[in-house]
Write a protein that binds this ligand. Structure first.
Ligand code: NDP
Length: 244
């Protein structure tokens, strides 16, 4: 039986946990050959062991442009091209602006925004060749900022601006750009927050609702990347029903 993505090649950044891992497994289940990148190689290798099809694991730090370039080159060399980039790697170090540790701001900007741009820059020539799809993982924080998420929201608003500009640049050449904005998803994302009060708030929020599971978000990705070539899903917003 043919699967939807038979013969397609996908590269997923930030695939060592959460949304990226679930997406890589879903892509593999639908027949794609999948390259997965992140810094924790052990987690990627364990993902590869669970996947339905062929998976290439790549040491990737998206903040390093050379590493971003090398990840795309490795995927293309192994699988002969690239059809789908899932630009997902990200960090969320929430906290107030006043008195913040600006090293955390730099980490968010370099990972979520610049890192994601490096990935697009490296992958675009191949996606123009294949008339492929770029799926940009943003957030509800990319549509509405709130207190204590200033820099994180700035990176996600930045992704939206960059993606719309990119869409207008490449859509006539058949490349589709999708912005995906999830609400609260049960992953490791909030575990990296260093501010104890923010950590407690995130924990409380998680306990107050039926959060999305990474697999729920992966299904939204699958919808967007499985459309016929004339259909461009430009934006998806997906929240837990309980999230206001
Ligand atoms: P996780 O913390 O589970 O996953 C984040 C992934 O990003 C990990 O695989 C991590 O891998 C990777 N990563 C972080 N820094 C780098 C780096 N420098 N280079 C390469 N990979 C990196 O969280 P989520 O799955 O929740 O997050 C995935 C995306 O979804 C993020 O962009 C996040 O902003 C977004 N999102 C999440 C929401 C949520 O509620 N969870 C809501 C809305 C958006 P490693 O550490 O191994 O490098």
């Amino acid at each position: 039986m043919n699967s939807t993505l038979d013969g397609k090649v996908a590269l997923v950044t930030g695939a060592s946990s959460g949304i990226g891992e679930a997406t890589a497994l879903a892509l593999s289940k639908e027949g794609a050959r999948v390259a997965v990148g992140a810094r924790r190689g052990d987690r990627l290798r364990s993902l590869a062991g669970k996947a339905a099809g062929e998976v290439l694991t790549i040491d990737l730090d998206v903040t390093d442009q050379e590493s971003a370039r090398a990840s795309v080159a490795a995927a293309v060399e192994r699988f002969g091209g690239l059809d789908i980039l899932v630009n997902n790697a990200g960090v969320m170090l929430s906290g107030p602006i006043a008195g913040a540790d600006t090293a955390e701001w730099r980490r968010m900007v370099e990972t979520n925004l610049l890192g994601s741009m490096y990935m697009v820059h490296a992958a675009l020539p191949h996606l123009l060749d294949s008339q492929g799809t770029i799926l940009q993982v943003s957030s509800t924080s990319g549509r509405a900022a709130s207190a204590n998420s200033g820099v994180y929201a700035a990176t996600k608003f930045g992704i939206a601006a960059f993606s719309e500009s990119l869409r207008q640049e490449v859509t006539a050449q058949g490349v589709r750009v999708v912005v995906l904005g999830p609400g609260f998803v049960d992953t490791e994302l909030a575990s990296h927050i260093t501010d104890p009060a923010m950590q407690a708030t995130a924990q409380k929020m998680a306990e107050s609702m039926r959060t999305l599971r990474p697999e729920d978000v992966a299904q939204a990705v699958m919808y967007a990347v499985s459309q016929p070539e004339h259909v461009a899903v430009n934006e998806i917003l997906i929240r837990p029903t309980d999230q206001i």
